[in-house]
Design a protein around this ligand. Structure first.
Ligand code: CP
Length: 309
C-alpha cells in the first residue's frame, strides 16, 4: 500500500492498520534523513501549509513547523490570541480567509472536540488535527506508538497502561485506538473520577491501583492532570493524587522487569512523574519528541501525495 485511506488526518478512529504501517515506514525514511548533516528535502516545495492554533502548544506546534521546513513547504502561522477571532470572526471564515491566500493544508489545534472534522466538512483544504479538545490528538498517538515500536519492537501483544487524567485526555483516546489497531493490549489507571464510564466498551481494562498497573504492563504512559479542563474537583488535592498515582523510582525498582516510561508532555515534575523517573534510562520522553518530527513529516508527505492523485 502506498496511499492513505483518507485525504485528512482527523483521528486514529478511522485510520486502518495499513495506514499506520505506511506512516511508520515513511517516518523511518524521514528519520534517517533527519540524522544526516543536511536534513532538508524538496518533497513539499510547492505546498503551503497554515498552522492554525486556537490553543497553546509547545511540542506539537514546533514539531509541525520543523517537519514542514524540513520538507521545504512554505508555512504561515496563525494563533488565535493575536488574531481577529477576538473581534467575532467564525472558525470557517477565519480559515477560508487564510485559504484564499492559496494555502493547501491546515494543521489545526482547537479546544472544541470535533473541530477538525467540522472544518474538513466545510472548507476546501486538507485538514490535520493537532488536537481537538478532549477528543483526539492523532499525531501524538502515532509518535507514541512509533516510539514504543522503536523501544520494545513490534506492538503486537505489548501491554500498555495509560495512567492519569483519562477523562480530559485526547492523547488517551487516540492512543487507545492506535495501540489496539497495532495489536497491543491497553489498560487505563487513575482515580475513578478521572476514568470515563464508557471506557471498557473500547476493549480497555481498568485499574485504580498504580502498583497493579505497572506489574502488568511493558509500557506506562503517564498523563498530566489537565487542570485547565477541570471545572470541578476530581480528587482531594494534587498531593494526594501524587501519593496514589505519581510514578517514582521506588515503583520502578520494585519490579522484576524494566518497563518503558512515556509522557506526551508537558510534564509536571513531582506530580504524575518524579524528576528521577522522567530523567531515567527507562524514560523515552525526549525520544517521543524527536520522533514527532519524522512522524509529522510522514503524515504531511503522504497527505500531499493524496492530492496529487
Ligand atoms: N504533547 C503535546 O501536545 O504537547 P503541546 O501541548 O506542547 O503541543
Amino acid at each position: 500500500m502506498t496511499r492513505l485511506s483518507s485525504n485528512h488526518l482527523l483521528g486514529l478512529k478511522n485510520l486502518t492498520p495499513e495506514d499506520i504501517s505506511l506512516i511508520f515506514e515513511t517516518a523511518d525514511n524521514f528519520k534517517a534523513i533527519l540524522n544526516r548533516p543536511i536534513k532538508k528535502v524538496p518533497s513539499l516545495r510547492d505546498i503551503t501549509i497554515a498552522n492554525v492554533f486556537f490553543e497553546n502548544s509547545t511540542r506539537t506546534k514546533i514539531s509541525f513547523e520543523l517537519a514542514e521546513k524540513r520538507l521545504s513547504a512554505d508555512i504561515v502561522n496563525f494563533s488565535s490570541s493575536n488574531s481577529s477571532v477576538s473581534k467575532g470572526e467564525t472558525l470557517i471564515d477565519t480559515v477560508n480567509n487564510i485559504l484564499s491566500m492559496k494555502v493547501d493544508m491546515v494543521v489545526m489545534r482547537h479546544p472544541a472536540p470535533g473541530a477538525a472534522q467540522f472544518l474538513a466538512q466545510h472548507v476546501d483544504a486538507q485538514i490535520i488535527n493537532a488536537g481537538d479538545g478532549t477528543h483526539e490528538h492523532p499525531t501524538q498517538a502515532l509518535l507514541d506508538a512509533y516510539s514504543i515500536r522503536e523501544s520494545r519492537g513490534s506492538l503486537k501483544g505489548k501491554k500498555v497502561v495509560i495512567v492519569g487524567d483519562i477523562l480530559h485526555s485526547r492523547v488517551a483516546l487516540s492512543n487507545i485506538y492506535c495501540l489496539q489497531k497495532l495489536g497491543a493490549e491497553v489498560a487505563v489507571c487513575g482515580p475513578p473520577t478521572l476514568i470515563p464510564k464508557y471506557i471498557e466498551a473500547l476493549g480497555v481494562s481498568v485499574t485504580h491501583n498504580l502498583e497493579e498497573a505497572i506489574e502488568w504492563c511493558d509500557v506506562a504512559n503517564m498523563l498530566r492532570i489537565q487542570m485547565e479542563r477541570q471545572d470541578t474537583k476530581y480528587f482531594p488535592s494534587l498531593r494526594e493524587y501524587t501519593m496514589q498515582y505519581g510514578l517514582t523510582m521506588e515503583h520502578l525498582n520494585s519490579l522484576k522487569k524494566e518497563i518503558t516510561v512515556m509522557h506526551p508532555g508537558p510534564i509536571n515534575r513531582g506530580v504524575e512523574i518524579s524528576s528521577e523517573v522522567a530523567d531515567s534510562d527507562q524514560s523515552i520522553i525526549l525520544n517521543q519528541v524527536e520522533n514527532g518530527v519524522a512522524i509529522r513529516m510522514a503524515v504531511l508527505y503522504l497527505l500531499a501525495a493524496q492530492k496529487e492523485g
